[in-house]
Design a binder for this molecule. Structure first.
Ligand SMILES: *Cc1c(COP(=O)(O)O)cnc(C)c1O
Length: 364
């Protein structure tokens, strides 16, 4: 039989494995979701009120450049709003970066256990994704540099990284940048910046301010506003200008702009989330690390637990699910078949997860 004649996707599109989101429990079930790094404390009450206030005027198009949100971000983070662009989630901005700077024949480099969206957006442009080995689940600057060819156009770097939770120090990021050709774009994806407590970390803003080939991408998704889909990026004006030419003209809806602006100014809520996360991240890590489980040191709002083998990880996933907790399998998406990623949740959830995993270990 011959294939019917029908519209055909561009070469490479059907080679892409679709993104696998973290699982939820069955509808109506009481399963606690620890699979998508969402906020266990909800959203800022000021952001919720701002979001709701937009309901009065849903017939009017939003201001297209997210001016309200850029002004708030500029004020709180000390950046000229001209150097900020907002997106429908940071995913929107990552796609725009790929579309703007990659094409057929180009290459983008990432570390092997880097964020699983990067291969998708790279291959969607016809470019090739080059994966480099890590140094014990941490991005390896020398390996990234060694993978660069004359075709390299972008380096994707999540810092801290998802799903490992590991990070590069400011010094290491600067060493990476200093060795790059000036035509290679360094994308620093600081999705978990709000949760970092390490003193030698930098969110990337300083470097963005100094260089013509660095951008910093951020999100509100891990801060209680995942459903609203709000991302933002700071970069040199020439890059902001290029992305503004191809973004959706109203890519951030009005409720999201208002909620994002209110959340940005609600520094107290952000501090509360950070403190809760730091406390329970440290507690869960200490509870689980050792014996048969290894917990990678995390600077994010999740931990990656490594089990002796894939079977044990699968059994742990099932036991946790039966106990009311759904966590993130990282075999298929990330090739870490012996790992489970667990979001930092409420105190009750953290104690529940620790109890289940430790009793499983004791029964070995
Ligand atoms: C969650 C996450 C994002 C954010 O995605 P949104 O589209 O803003 O929800 C970006 N990068 C990394 C590394 C992430 O883990």
């Amino acid at each position: 039989m011959t294939d019917p004649i029908r519209p055909t996707p561009q070469p490479g599109i059907l080679d892409i494995a679709p993104y696998l989101p973290g699982k939820s429990g069955a509808p109506g079930s009481k399963v606690v979701k620890l699979s998508a790094n969402e906020s266990p404390l909800g959203a800022s009450s000021k952001a919720i009120a701002a979001f709701a206030s937009a309901a009065e005027h849903l017939e009017i198009y939003p201001e297209g450049s997210s001016r309200i949100l850029r002004d708030a971000l500029g004020e709180v983070h000390g950046v000229d709003p001209v150097r900020i662009i907002c997106g429908n989630g940071s995913d929107d901005l990552l796609h725009l970066l790929a579309q703007t700077y990659l094409g057929k024949g180009d290459e983008a480099v990432m570390n092997r256990f880097g964020f699983s969206v990067y291969p998708i957006i790279t291959m969607a442009t016809g470019a090739k994704i080059v994966m480099v080995d890590e140094d014990d689940y941490t991005a390896d600057v020398d390996a990234i540099l060694a993978a660069i060819t004359e075709r390299t156009k972008i380096i994707w770097l999540a810092n801290p990284n998802n799903p490992t939770g590991t990070y590069l120090s400011d010094k290491d990021v600067r060493r990476l940048h200093a060795a790059l050709r000036p035509d290679i774009l360094l994308v620093i994806d600081s999705a978990y910046a709000e949760y970092v407590t390490a003193a030698d970390y930098s969110v990337g803003l300083d470097l963005v301010g100094e260089a013509e080939n660095v951008v910093m991408v951020r999100t509100f998704s891990k801060m209680g506003l995942a459903a609203a889909r709000i991302g933002w990026m700071v970069g040199p004006e020439h890059i902001i200008d290029a992305l503004n030419r191809i973004r959706g003209p109203f890519n951030v809806n009005l409720p999201a702009q208002l909620a994002g602006a209110a959340a940005t100014r609600d520094v107290e809520f952000t501090d509360k989330l950070r403190a809760h996360n730091a406390k329970w991240r440290q507690w869960l890590t200490a509870e689980l690390d050792g014996n048969a489980m290894r917990v990678l040191p995390s600077q994010a709002n999740f931990i990656l637990v490594l089990f002796p083998d894939a079977e044990t990880a699968a059994r742990a996933f099932g036991t946790l699910l039966a106990g009311g907790y759904v966590v993130r399998e990282v075999g298929q998406s990330y090739d870490i078949h012996n790992g489970l990623r667990i979001s930092i949740g409420s105190e009750e959830a953290m104690r529940g997860v620790a109890r289940i995993l430790k009793s499983m270990e004791a029964a070995q």
